[in-house]
Design a protein around this ligand. Structure first.
Ligand SMILES: [Zn+2]
Length: 214
């Protein structure tokens, strides 16, 4: 015999809240969503400054299928494990034009954004200085000047063509991650060289691995 749960809530109210829960789950669902919790053994290793793999260009993805969605899921798991908000495929040694972004890693139901073959089709006139960091250069945070807004076209995880006008942190993140697809790292764009040298040294990185010092 199953136990009977005692409840003072009328059944119709429970039914209503379950329906609401189901609707919310559906709304937040993305076919690549994974649990946003750090894993003891993340599926993919994130490469760091100095490794050649970060300097190679990524190729366009010709077919968006389950293999690509699996890659996006594994990248997300590795990104959440490292407490990052964005990751590009070259950072995990895969030279495909794929980015995963999640600016709300603390909220389990917010779906991540997947950008496949992203292209910047417009930039704002205004520039903005903002402090950036990178999972491939852990501990280093430095100011970078970039356009404050961009218009980007891409395919989503289902292969559907999309266009977005973005500004703020999302614009910043997309531009940073798109640089990875060309083998460019944010430290290549830092203009305050004095601070750059100090930060790299303090975190065990070598200035010879930054393009502006080559
Ligand atoms: Zn990065």
């Amino acid at each position: 015999m199953p136990k009977i749960l005692m409840s003072t809530t009328p059944w119709f109210s429970l039914a209503r809240s379950f329906a609401q829960l189901a609707r919310n789950a559906e709304k937040s669902q993305s076919s690549v969503s994974v649990v946003k919790e750090p894993l003891e053994n993340p599926p993919m290793e994130i490469h760091t400054l100095g490794e050649k793999v970060l300097r190679q260009s990524a190729r366009r993805i010709t077919k968006v299928d389950e293999t690509i969605r699996d890659l996006a899921r594994d990248m997300l798991r590795s990104m959440y494990s490292a407490k990052g908000i964005g990751l590009a495929a070259p950072q995990v040694g895969v030279h495909k034009q794929l980015l995963v972004i999640d600016l709300d890693i603390e909220t389990p139901t917010t779906p991540p954004i997947v950008l496949i073959n992203p292209e910047i089709i417009g930039t704002s006139a205004g520039l903005e200085t903002y402090e950036e960091g990178c999972l491939s250069i852990p501990g280093v945070y430095l100011n970078v000047i970039r356009p404050s807004g961009v218009k980007v076209s891409f395919r989503d995880e289902m292969g559907r063509p999309k266009k977005m006008n973005v500004d703020g942190l999302l614009a910043r993140c997309i531009q940073h991650e798109m640089d990875h697809l060309k083998g460019v790292l944010f430290v290549d764009r830092v203009t305050d060289h004095e601070n750059l040298v100090k930060e790299l040294k303090d975190h065990g990185f070598n200035t010879k691995d930054v393009r502006s010092f080559e």
